[in-house]
Design a binder for this molecule. Structure first.
Ligand code: NAD
Ligand code: UDP
Length: 329
């Protein structure tokens, strides 16, 4: 039985990854400090053979006898990472360091969840892996962006120094069931607002773009990436290249929710990237992968999940969800 450790396993992506690994015969240690993740996301796995939950913070070292390490632990939504910015940087850097030390000592293979945020507010569009980015190192998003950049640096230094087995995924905006309804991200905000009859909060003029990947597609890519030959390390962009403005996204959500949307315009947060679209040429070639679920299919599935849960069971992990630091552009 292959053995996997999933840090951040009680979160949105981590919980789907635990499902996928267990379904294909892995034993899974799901490690999480439950900051933005919740026990509800993994409740259905309680009692599943080979599944163990460990409440632990990745800023402290950990040791498990595993073959694969999937490092998902890190707050990912802007409102949450800005709530504890110093802790966010430390989670990213020390979490990666502790995963790498375990991988080095045990010979386990590590897949690290990096992000399109390493490109900052990009001046190259779409973004290939060779683009070095445009990150403001002292802005309010830097705790996340620079933390993730340092984590990538650590991965590649461990590779150069110790030959550690690494796979670095640069994930672009991903959505789906089990996104925290109060994580403040755009898909979860729009859907929560649509299903509860609130106005949709559009930041800025809504012409900024993002490219949204359905969670099932991303988990497929994770599994393929982990199984690539030892010589392939990435970084590799994983995301759906179909690009939408936030105004278009609001329209798609309202239409599938069957509501007449009202809009509440808010200031654009500081350093909010104006456009983002992955160049997935490398993922197609190295993984033989490309996403298959478009917004018209993924949004209704996500709405259905939001309607199936009690929102009061998901208290906001931090108070910063709706008050991003504003900037006039
Ligand atoms: P999430 O917030 O749902 O999951 C993160 C998990 O990590 C949560 O369960 C949280 O409780 C846990 N965690 C946070 N700090 C921790 C710590 N110090 N110790 C232990 N556990 C900790 O977010 P997600 O969307 O599932 O993101 C998972 C990973 O993917 C993150 O590393 C994120 O940066 C990356 N990512 C996600 C997206 C996306 O669109 N979902 C995009 C780019 C990158
Ligand atoms: N956004 C918005 N309304 C919201 C939440 C976010 O218009 O209620 C915008 C946000 O300003 C950004 C985009 O949607 O331009 C994506 O934001 P999200 O926080 O989901 O992800 P990220 O900025 O990290 O890509």
């Amino acid at each position: 039985m292959p053995r996997s450790l999933v840090t951040g396993g009680a979160g949105f992506l981590g919980s789907h990854l635990c499902d996928s690994l267990l379904a294909s015969g892995h034993s899974v240690v799901c490690l999480d400090n439950l900051f933005t993740g919740t026990r509800q996301n993994i409740r259905h796995l309680d009692g599943t053979r080979g599944f163990t939950f460990v409440h632990h913070d990745v800023i402290h070292p950990f040791d498990f006898d595993v073959d694969y390490i999937w490092n998902m632990a890190c707050p990912a939504a802007p409102g949450h990472y800005r709530y504890e910015p110093v802790k966010t940087t430390m989670t990213s850097a020390l979490g990666a360091l502790h995963c790498l030390e375990l991988a080095k000592q045990s010979g386990a293979r590590l897949l690290h969840a990096s992000t399109s945020e390493v490109y900052g507010d990009p001046e190259v569009h779409p973004q290939p892996e060779s683009y070095r980015g445009n990150v403001n190192p002292i802005g309010p998003r830097a705790c996340y962006d620079e933390g993730k950049r340092v984590a990538e640096t650590l991965c590649f230094d461990f590779r150069r120094l110790h030959g550690t087995s690494i796979k670095v995924a640069r994930i672009f905006n991903t959505y789906g069931p089990r996104m925290h309804p109060y994580d403040g991200r755009v898909v979860s905000n729009f859907i929560r607002q649509a299903v509860t009859g609130e106005a949709m909060t559009i930041f800025g003029d809504g012409t900024q773009t993002r490219s949204f990947c359905y969670v099932g597609d991303l988990i497929d890519a994770f599994r393929l990436l982990m199984d690539t030959p030892e010589g392939f390390t990435g970084p590799v962009n994983l995301g759906n290249p179909h690009e939408f403005t936030m105004n278009e996204l609001a329209e798609v959500v309202a239409r599938h929710a069957g509501v007449q949307a009202t809009v509440d315009r808010r200031p654009l947060p500081m350093d909010d990237p104006l456009q983002r679209q992955p160049d997935i040429t490398l993922a197609k070639k190295a993984l033989g992968w490309e996403p298959v679920v478009g917004l018209e299919e993924g949004i209704p599935r996500t709405i259905e999940w939001f309607r199936s849960v009690r929102l009061e069971d998901y208290p906001p992990p931090s108070p910063n969800v709706m008050q991003p630091e504003a900037q006039k552009r």
